[in-house]
Design a protein around this ligand. Structure first.
Ligand SMILES: CCCCCCCCC/C=C/C(=O)SCCNC(=O)CCNC(=O)[C@H](O)C(C)(C)COP(=O)(O)OP(=O)(O)OC[C@H]1O[C@@H](n2cnc3c(N)ncnc32)[C@H](O)[C@@H]1OP(=O)(O)O
Length: 188
């Protein structure tokens, strides 16, 4: 109830109409529908951005096939997008979601950590840290609309948003699976 109240407040604030319904799994489902007209769309390589200037709400669609794995390039793109939105005084809220079917984000791109140089891994982990710090400390109201599986780094990304709404599908998983991979999560 508290989450719903907070979401309603947030949705009203940002001009969003959220169709909420409870599920037998205890999660909250939502179909965010932008109601205003003035929109700007821009597409970077892995991100499609819809910005509705009349509501001040931007929707960032992650479209990094096949599973929105967070590579150095993708993480950098996410950070630049958030920075640009923060500089735009008319932007108040950001919804992060996925254009990929069944997956919000598969987390960190495992190939960035396999047979890469120490320098590269250093740069990569710095970008990971920058991404979650940027979202966590953003002055924008941030919402993760989790429309698919979201393990590990995908879960981290969602956790750093102010609100999370997850699609009601028992096949979609979310959580930290580092021990399964034999990885030690950094001591942040
Ligand atoms: C402050 C608090 C601190 C809190 C602490 C925070 C710590 C953060 C540390 C984070 C660590 C990580 O994120 S490590 C990464 C952890 N991620 C994972 O383990 C994801 C594992 N993947 C999955 O579970 C699945 O792929 C899932 C995402 C559900 C999608 O399943 P699907 O059946 O739809 O698709 P699949 O066939 O499996 O995958 C499609 C292709 O994508 C590739 N792929 C899948 N995941 C990938 C990945 N992560 N990196 C690269 N490539 C990946 C597969 O190899 C396939 O490649 P092809 O065969 O070539 O087609």
């Amino acid at each position: 109830m508290a989450l719903r109240a907070a979401l309603r407040k947030s949705c009203a604030l940002t001009g969003l109409f959220c169709q909420l319904s409870s599920s037998r799994h205890g999660r909250v489902c939502a179909s965010p529908v932008l109601v205003a007209q003035q929109r700007n769309s821009s597409t970077a390589q892995n991100i499609k951005l819809d910005f509705d200037q009349s509501t001040g709400v931007a929707v960032m669609h992650m479209q990094c096939p096949p599973v929105n794995a967070l590579s150095l390039e993708f993480l950098t793109e996410i950070c630049i997008t958030v920075e640009k939105l923060e500089m735009d005084k008319s932007c108040r809220g950001l919804i992060i979601t996925s254009s990929q079917p069944k997956v919000f984000s598969a987390g960190l791109d495992l190939l960035e950590m396999y047979e890469t140089s120490t320098e590269h891994r250093g740069e990569f982990w710095r970008a990971v840290q920058e991404m979650w710090l940027k979202l966590y400390s953003s002055k924008l109201v941030t919402i993760a609309a989790i429309n698919g599986s979201s393990p590990a780094g995908g879960c981290l990304m969602a956790m750093t948003c102010d609100y999370r709404i997850m699609a009601d599908n028992p096949r979609y998983g979310i959580g930290l699976n580092e021990t399964q991979l034999g990885m030690v999560a950094p001591f942040w």
